[in-house]
Write a protein that binds this ligand. Structure first.
Ligand code: AMP
Ligand code: MG
Length: 360
């Protein structure tokens, strides 16, 4: 994430440039036969002047010779001895990128808060910025809670499960520009959870999975309250993920994400990702919920905004719910490439109707 504006160090392009291989000409000479007075390649400058009735052979990226005001692409020309024959008219300035048309010297071309994608990296290279100020990636502590959890290299007893949330969260955090730090699983006791969360609050952001529902052994909120936490909310009207908790303790933001795998994944994408991006210095955050057409009828219980695993067609226009067995069905989640987002006040959608989606 860029932390300071970056400006162009010169006009881009620095000279008017050809965007085609062909001939630099005077548009008013065409159609006609022109005398070829030389050539100019990318990386050179043509020192002469193109006079009436003359042309210069030119390559893509080469500067436009003075006197010329248009480029004719090679495919529309033929050579006869030292002359070029062009049967069609040309418009002034065709196939020419004028000086400074992309950016003028000193223009800010990348703003602070811009996440550097590959085009941004190319632009920094093009303006000669080998070193730039960036925000460091926020360190995000990840604490899974639950007495039923075993580590992934262990074989669980039938009443146990492997800790998958810590790993899905780590992948989501990394994708969002954070640096995940996996802490040991917190057992469902106040003492053990206290010890682990104290460590987690040393990071820039703390993500806790599980232990935030109403069960007898859901102790996360109690422990956070002991740390003097301010809770901004402890319930959201979505499913999965209703018991989501967000607050601040010891100067650090935290999320308590409900432990069912899809709850953890969805609440991260819908809420925690935005917080992480803001912490990382990103200026604009947005949750894109484009529309797609349902390939089948769809019903749900009203009251909550529902996020259900779905398959979006290759062109993004059609969406089909994935069969699943509830919030814990990780195999079904791997078959989805999006979530359907069903409105809380709308029980039925007919086949062919538009519905919002969230890309996975
Ligand atoms: P909780 O939010 O703690 O009530 O957890 C709800 C359910 O999510 C548990 O019963 C587990 O089946 C599942 N779960 C909790 N933590 C994890 C985890 N770290 N990895 C995978 N599943 C989990
Ligand atoms: Mg639990």
């Amino acid at each position: 994430m860029l932390a300071a504006d970056a400006a162009a160090d010169r006009d881009s392009p620095a000279l008017a440039r050809s965007v085609r291989d062909g001939y630099a000409v005077r548009a008013s000479d065409l159609p006609g036969q022109l005398e070829i007075i030389g050539q100019v390649r990318a990386g050179e400058r043509f020192l002469g002047e193109v006079a009436a009735g003359q042309a210069v052979e030119i390559m893509t990226g080469a500067p436009i010779p003075s006197g010329a005001d248009a480029v004719v692409m090679i495919e529309h020309t033929r050579r006869e001895g030292g002359r070029v024959v062009i049967d069609r008219a040309a418009e002034a300035s065709q196939f020419i990128n004028p000086r400074g048309c992309e950016a003028a010297a000193h223009d800010v071309v990348l703003h602070a808060g811009k996440r550097l994608d590959y085009a941004g990296i190319a632009l920094l290279a093009a303006i000669g910025r080998a070193r730039v100020k960036v925000y460091r990636r926020p360190v995000v502590a990840i604490v899974a809670t639950g007495d039923e959890l075993v580590e992934i290299h262990e074989f669980p007893e039938e009443f146990q499960i492997r800790n998958s949330n810590a790993y899905s969260l780590a992948a989501q955090v990394a994708r969002a520009g954070g640096s995940p730090e996996l802490l040991p699983v917190a057992r469902d006791s106040v003492e053990h959870t206290r010890e682990t969360l104290a460590r987690g609050l040393g990071a820039d952001l703390l993500l806790v999975s599980g232990g935030v529902s109403a069960g007898k052994y859901d102790v996360v909120k109690e422990v956070l309250a002991e740390f003097g936490a301010e809770f901004y909310f402890d319930r959201v009207l979505i499913q999965p993920g209703q018991p989501l908790v967000f607050g601040r303790a010891c100067g650090k933001y935290f999320f308590g994400l409900p432990g069912n795998p899809s709850s953890t994944m969805v609440t991260f994408e819908v809420f925690a990702r935005a917080a992480l991006e803001l912490l990382a210095g990103q200026e604009e955050i947005a949750l894109h919920l484009p529309l797609a057409r349902l390939t089948c009828e769809f019903r749900h219980r009203i009251g909550l905004t529902r996020f259900l695993p779905a398959r979006l067609s290759a062109d993004g226009s059609e969406v089909t719910p994935v069969n699943w067995h509830g919030s814990g069905d990780i195999p079904a989640l791997t078959r989805a490439n999006a979530y359907l987002v069903a409105d809380p006040d709308r029980a039925e959608y007919a086949r062919g109707e538009l519905i919002r989606i969230l890309l996975k």
